[in-house]
Design a binder for this molecule. Structure first.
Ligand code: ADP
Ligand code: ADP
Length: 231
C-alpha cells in the first residue's frame, strides 16, 4: 500500500551542557494513505512541527522510521524525498512575477517552456488566481500570496505535500475561505498531504482524517464522525 508510514518516531532537541533537552515527539506512529489528506492538530508546542520536519528530513530521528511507498527514507536527504513544503509565510521570490514563482520548481526540473506554462495556468486556476501570471507578487494581498505559494508547492507534483500552519498568518475570515480552497485544490490535484494546524475547525475542513497530538504523543486519529462520536 502506498503513502506515508511514520513508525514510533522520536524527535529530541539537545539541551545545554547542564542538561534539559526536550523530547518534542515521543513515539508517534501514523499512516497517510495515497491521495489522503491528514491534519496534525494540537496546541502550540505539542510537537506537530517537529514531526512534520522529521518527515521532511529536516530533523534527525532519535528513534523510529519514516517510509514512503514502502521505502525507508533513512539517509535520504530533503531534496531527494520528492516532498513539497509549505510554511506559514510562503516566502515568494519578490523579483519573479506570479507565474515565474509557480514555475520555479519546474524550471529546476528542466520542464519544457510550453509544458511549464500549461501547468502554471492550471494551478493558478485551481487556486483562484487565473489571469494573475504576469502580476508582480508585491501587488498581492496576504491571502493571494499564500495561494501563489500553494500553487508553487504543488507545481512539481510532489508525492507528499507537507504544510506547516500555512494559513495561520491570515485573518480569521480569510482562513476559513482559504481552508476550503486548499481542500478543493488538494482534492483536484489528488495530492497526498500532511497539514499541521492548531485550529480545530481548519483541521476538519481541510483533512480527511485528523490526528490529535498533545505533549509529543498522538492521542487519537480519525474522521470527524469517528472523533466526535468517541466516548
Ligand atoms: P508545535 O509545532 O506543536 O508548536 P514544535 O514541534 O514546534 O511544536 O515544538 C515542540 C517542542 O519542541 C516545544 O517544546 C518546542 O519549544 C521544542 N522545540 C522545537 N524546535 C526546537 C529546537 N529547534 N530546539 C529546541 N527545542 C525545540
Ligand atoms: P512555531 O510557532 O512554528 O512552532 P516557534 O516560534 O516555536 O515556531 O519556533 C521558531 C523556530 O525556533 C523553529 O525553527 C523552531 O524549531 C525553533 N524553536 C522552537 N522552540 C525552540 C527552543 N526551545 N529552542 C530553540 N529553538 C526553538
Amino acid at each position: 500500500t502506498g503513502g506515508l508510514t511514520v513508525r514510533d518516531v522520536v524527535v529530541r532537541y539537545a539541551g545545554s551542557r547542564r542538561g534539559g533537552g526536550t523530547t518534542a515527539v515521543d513515539g508517534v506512529s501514523l499512516a497517510v494513505d495515497a491521495g489522503e489528506v491528514v491534519a496534525l492538530l494540537g496546541p502550540s508546542g505539542c510537537g506537530k512541527s517537529s514531526l512534520l520536519r522529521a518527515v521532511a528530513g529536516l530533523e534527525p530521528l532519535a528513534a523510529g522510521s519514516v517510509a514512503f511507498d514502502g521505502e525507508d527514507l533513512a539517509g535520504v536527504p530533503v531534496h531527494r524525498r520528492g516532498f513539497g513544503l509549505l510554511f506559514q509565510e510562503g516566502q515568494l521570490f519578490p523579483h519573479r512575477d506570479v507565474g515565474r514563482n509557480v514555475a520555479y520548481g519546474l524550471e529546476i526540473q528542466g520542464l519544457a517552456r510550453d509544458e511549464r506554462e500549461g501547468r502554471v495556468s492550471e494551478l493558478l486556476d485551481a487556486v483562484g488566481l487565473a489571469g494573475y501570471a504576469r502580476r508582480a507578487v508585491t501587488t498581492l494581498s496576504g491571502g493571494q500570496r499564500q495561494r501563489v505559494a500553494l500553487a508553487r508547492s504543488l507545481a512539481p507534483r510532489p508525492r507528499l505535500l507537507l504544510l506547516d500552519e500555512p494559513l495561520s498568518a491570515l485573518d480569521r475570515q480569510l482562513r476559513e475561505r482559504l481552508a476550503l480552497d486548499v481542500r478543493a485544490t488538494l482534492q483536484d490535484t489528488g495530492t497526498t498531504a500532511l497539514f499541521v494546524t492548531h485550529d480545530h475547525d481548519e483541521a476538519f475542513t481541510v483533512a480527511d482524517r485528523v490526528a490529535v497530538m498533545d505533549g509529543g504523543r498522538l492521542l487519537q486519529v480519525g474522521t470527524r464522525d469517528e472523533l466526535t462520536s468517541a466516548p
